[in-house]
Design a protein around this ligand. Structure first.
Ligand SMILES: NC(=O)c1ccc[n+]([C@@H]2O[C@H](COP(=O)([O-])OP(=O)(O)OC[C@H]3O[C@@H](n4cnc5c(N)ncnc54)[C@H](O)[C@@H]3O)[C@@H](O)[C@H]2O)c1
Length: 368
């Protein structure tokens, strides 16, 4: 038996467990409670994952389990009404009933789409997340946010829909390309910045091992990130308070993703590296941040050879367009942008921006 770590997301009757291990995929259904009670299982994955892991389904599901499979294209473009409709129709065609279980084996994109579909079909089917990217393992598979994008902004259409369990097997990351591994590291770094300075110090020592997918370091970073997210989500499922801290770097990052059209030019995690850098710089600009924070952030990523500036990605955005997209983000109330900024590593603050001119001047200076 492999060693397995378990985190719990405590949400009353919607509580669930996150199972984390090196190689727990061989017996997926052991981690799904009352699996035998489901009338049908539909496994959804993407084409790219299957090309890289041709035996994925055989390896992932116990040999004696019957299931239907749906394979979608890969990429952020599937977080759209077009693919939501396609997926929903494909699932309905299988004559599913309310006791059907959906299992999503994929990255954050697929997880967000399948989670949304599962909340809509027959007014709600159970679903299980089997995250297959580092980003999905440390962040998107936990917490129940589902969604698709709009031309007005990222994740603007969605629901809160908690999975029945999250099953994380680090072995599946072996086929992930370097860019996607690094992209996942953005959310790990985010957890250290919003919650735990000691975790940041650990990352300074062990970050290289994490992005090299060294098993013990990866399991530790995943466990730490999932446990921070579980604690936050258990307190504030619907993002009325503390959960907003998880958006550190995201209001800037989402604007970058929306402006670049959700293309492969910039991945979600890459946009978040830039977004966190801008959020720290803006915190310094407003004089609410300790001096060494920016230096620590930059030198850590430079050590890891990870890009974190817009210019590194050859992207030019006008300050006007940047500001307009930041205002389309969900974190706007009464026309005021809500930003998660940072006082020190591990000490974030929420700020409603009364004076938009400040942000506009900051962006003009940063984007010239
Ligand atoms: N719901 C949430 O709380 C939440 C949180 C953070 C991010 N997100 C969302 O997550 C998305 C980004 O997720 P992502 O970075 O996982 O991207 P992704 O899902 O697009 O996956 C990245 C690439 O990796 C491939 N891939 C997946 N698993 C693989 C494997 N094991 N081996 C080889 N290739 C594999 C995919 O085919 C894809 O090409 C964004 O849309 C973002 O908005 C959601």
């Amino acid at each position: 038996m492999n060693s397995i770590d378990i985190c719990k997301v405590s949400l009353g009757i919607n509580s669930y467990k996150i199972f984390i291990g090196k190689d727990i995929h061989k017996s997926l259904t052991d981690y799904i409670s009352n699996y035998k009670n489901y009338s049908k299982t539909v496994v959804i994955s993407d084409k790219n994952i299957l090309e890289k892991n041709p035996s994925l389904f055989n390896n992932y599901l116990n040999k004696d389990i019957e299931f239907d499979q749906i394979i979608l294209p890969q990429g952020e473009k599937i977080k759209s009404f077009k693919y939501l409709e396609l997926l929903v129709e494909k699932i309905l065609k299988l004559e599913v009933d309310r006791d059907t279980l959906l299992i999503c084996i994929g990255g954050g994109v697929l997880g967000d789409l399948v989670g949304l579909a599962s909340s809509l079909i027959l007014r709600g089917l159970d679903f299980v997340q089997v995250p297959s990217t580092l980003l999905a393992q440390v962040d998107s598979s936990v917490g129940g946010k589902t969604g698709i994008n709009s031309k007005y902004g990222k994740n603007l259409i969605g629901s809160f829909n908690q999975p029945k369990s999250v099953i994380i097997s680090t072995d599946i990351l072996k086929t992930l390309n370097k860019r996607d591994v690094n992209s996942g590291y953005a959310e790990i770094l985010k957890y250290s910045f919003i919650y735990d300075k000691n975790f940041f110090n650990w990352l300074v020592k062990n970050g290289k091992k994490v992005i090299s997918l060294h098993t013990e370091s990866c399991v530790y970073a995943i466990k730490k990130s999932c446990s921070i997210k579980s604690k936050i989500v258990s307190i504030d499922e619907k993002e009325k308070g503390i959960r907003e801290l998880l958006n550190f770097g995201h209001t800037f990052g989402h604007a970058i993703e929306a402006i670049t059209g959700y293309k492969n030019k910039i991945k979600h995690g890459e946009a978040i590296f830039i977004g966190m850098h801008l959020a720290i710089k803006f915190s310094s600009f407003l004089k609410i941040c300790k001096k060494d924070v920016l230096e620590k952030y930059s030198s850590h990523l430079e050590n890891l050879k990870i890009n974190y500036k817009l210019s590194d990605y050859n992207i030019k955005i006008s300050p006007k367009s940047f500001l307009r997209h930041m205002k389309f983000d969900k974190k706007v109330k009464n026309n005021k942008i809500k930003l998660i900024l940072i006082k020190d590593i591990g000490s974030p603050i929420r700020l409603f921006l009364d004076n938009e001119k400040l942000l506009s001047n900051f962006l003009k200076n940063e984007l010239k």
